[in-house]
Design a protein around this ligand. Sequence first.
Ligand SMILES: [Fe+2]
Ligand SMILES: [Fe+2]
Length: 175
Amino acid sequence: MEQPEKGKAGMLTEFLVEDHRRLDELLQAAVAHSGTIDDQAYTQFRAGLLRHIGMEEKILLPAAQRQRGGEPLPIAAKLRLDHGALASLLMPTPTTAILATIQDILVDHNVLEEGAGGLYEICDVLAGPEAEPILTSLRVAREVTVMPYNDSPAVINAVHRALERAGYHLRKQDS
Ligand SMILES: [Fe+2]
Ligand SMILES: [Fe+2]
């Protein structure tokens, strides 16, 4: 059986890191003009990040857990808290403070996933020959239904709680 070459990213890593790059570009485009948010870029980013989180939560993490005989990866709990914080931040109408907070979380979060010994490398190693069917599932993952923005006090409270659980704070509004 073919072993992945040392130093060469596996196919799951390659695919998911590329999705991170695409999302980073959309977020950059959304904040490109200081003080204002590019709605079109943000709308694409929001749908794309929700789909990406769904791929990890519904396909990648469950596959890794299955390959470990039902035991979740130790890193999974922290990643899920970050996903919860990110998803909550996508609910209200975007502000520069919300986008800056999303950026803060993604900087740390992507290191946990992309870095050496991170989620993606672990998943490639665990998957072995199963990487190909998992990659196919990731590729065909559906878009997630995106709800209209919601600025209710309940949502804002949920954002603060999710951030606190994941160890983050909402940035101050700078405009
Ligand atoms: Fe993630
Ligand atoms: Fe990711």
